[in-house]
Design a protein around this ligand. Sequence first.
Ligand SMILES: [Fe+2]
Length: 290
Amino acid sequence: MDTNTTTLPSAQVGLPYDCEPTLNDQQVFNFCRQGYLMLEGVVDDDVNRRMLAFVEEHTEHQPLELLTEDWFVEGVFKNPQAAGAVRSLLGADFKLPQTLCNHRADCPLPPQHWHRDGGSIYSRRLDYLQVFYYPQDTPRALGPTELIPGSHFMRSKANYMGHIRSVKLVKSTAAPAGTIFITAYPIWHRKGRSTASGIRHLFKYNYWRTAEPRRDWIIEPEYDFSWPDMANEPHFEQFKCGIAAAEMFSWLCGESYEHVGGTGWPCEAPVKSELCDQEGLPSGLRRYAN
Ligand SMILES: [Fe+2]
């Protein structure tokens, strides 16, 4: 008997898991550009009800007992739609979360400052995902998380971000019970202003990549990657976030990519040409030989 090993509390904590990918080319590319994906009401009502009963008895920030509950692991961590999206973005045999926390908000509360979570880095790699789960209906009055789409590539110091008051492109994650949303870790976000009274619960946990990146989600052979519409993407410098998203998508596909500059892929042109692929598009994503 190996006396140096310790028995884990659950056979599933932090272990590799695999399932069928559920996202297609366009959805994976959109995730790279937006930095988040909403999956509304995907968790069964039974699991949501059980969660709300659980948090009545467990008010701690990290109720790790859930990691050993099969109904929770199966219903939330392995939720078919959420796990299928994670499988699409992180590849086969991704690791299930090793821990979790519950952001309990005793509403009403003012909004948080805009921030990226601690430990954020800027990278074209996508080696992990930060995922959130609402067990209850979470309308705007309960202060759902707000996100800035595309901001996971925007460089900024935390003390500068904290002074930002008004953001034009903000998206609320207000959603029904059972909603899971998946994020690129460095995305700018905050808890929104809440006006109602009561406790809002928001579970947060991370999945981890184990596989080398390759394009093994749902392939759309006819999908045209050239000249994507980036009109509403946030930026401090035009196209910067779109270029970074193209780098991330290429990395996920296992394609080599170097931005050629100017109007090379993915920088937009007023009119998309159907006659050729955009200059700079990686070879594996092209539809034409030219
Ligand atoms: Fe945060």
